[in-house]
Design a protein around this ligand. Structure first.
Ligand code: C5P
Length: 237
């Protein structure tokens, strides 16, 4: 397999044709790479959670790049990623609290969508729809399709995670075009890219690492355990 790209937490390999293998490293980073660690098994667990969630979304009508599971990762369609990240928020925490002074824990009904320009150099700044269209990062139609898919995916994941006793607080999405010109939900969906709280507001996501709140791998394993249990209950109901 030829290495195409190496990011902070993943490696992307060309496996021939229009397919890639997305391998999850044990590396975890926060604050734009300033805080780093490599806890053993983190990659394997994150890959499994991501695979399960892509399979769930795909089954429920969301077009994604995901194809099938592999060791420490998954196979996916090769895509060209658009340089815009969509964050959907059900509950206020994180950057929206520090940026706009919104009270932590406030609910967003309907969910709030924000856009960020993908740039490590600039620290992924927040942008508005005008910026995206003006600078040609996506056109109006693409933007509206991404927003629609992000909101649909968030509703599906919110409902599934509620069955696992977890509240989906916020989530980041990336989209890309495959070789046939289809717009697909891409990248990963995991506790590295969403926030989850239990009934008491305890985090089950990367905030455990960001804020030194406990063992991040054990936390991710608990997310996986609860998800598998919720899916088992769904399949027998
Ligand atoms: O930092 P902020 O509060 O804006 O993050 C919102 C959500 O998007 C969080 O779940 C965070 O983990 C995710 N995120 C991400 N990648 C980024 C920025 C945010 O996965 N570059």
């Amino acid at each position: 397999m030829r290495l195409l790209y190496e990011g902070k937490s993943k490696k992307i390999y060309d496996v021939g044709g229009d397919k890639v293998f997305v391998e999850f490293k044990d590396d975890i980073t926060a604050f734009n790479g300033e805080k780093k660690a490599s806890p053993p098994n983190k990659g394997k667990i994150t890959a499994k959670i991501s695979s399960i969630l892509f399979e769930y979304l795909q089954t429920n009508g969301i077009p994604t790049h995901y194809l099938h599971r592999g060791e420490r990762g998954f196979y996916a369609r090769k895509v060209k990623i658009l340089p815009v990240e969509l964050v959907v928020r059900n509950v206020a925490t994180g950057s929206i609290v520090s940026r706009l002074g919104i009270e932590k824990g406030s609910r967003f009904e309907p969910p709030l969508v924000e856009y960020f320009y993908k740039s490590d150099l600039l620290g992924d700044p927040m942008v508005c729809e005008n910026h995206i269209i003006y600078f040609g990062w996506a056109n109006e139609e693409e933007l509206s399709r991404m927003k629609d898919l992000a909101l649909k995916a968030t509703q599906l994941l919110t409902d599934l995670l509620a069955l696992a006793g977890l509240r989906l607080v916020d989530i980041k999405y990336e989209f890309g075009y495959d070789e046939s010109g289809q717009l697909l939900l891409a990248d990963e969906i995991s506790p590295d890219t969403f926030r989850l709280w239990d009934e008491e507001g305890r985090p089950y996501d990367k905030d455990v690492f960001r804020k030194d709140l406990g063992d991040v791998v054990e936390t991710y394993k608990e997310v996986l355990r609860r998800l598998e249990e919720a899916l088992k209950r769904l399949s027998t109901s």
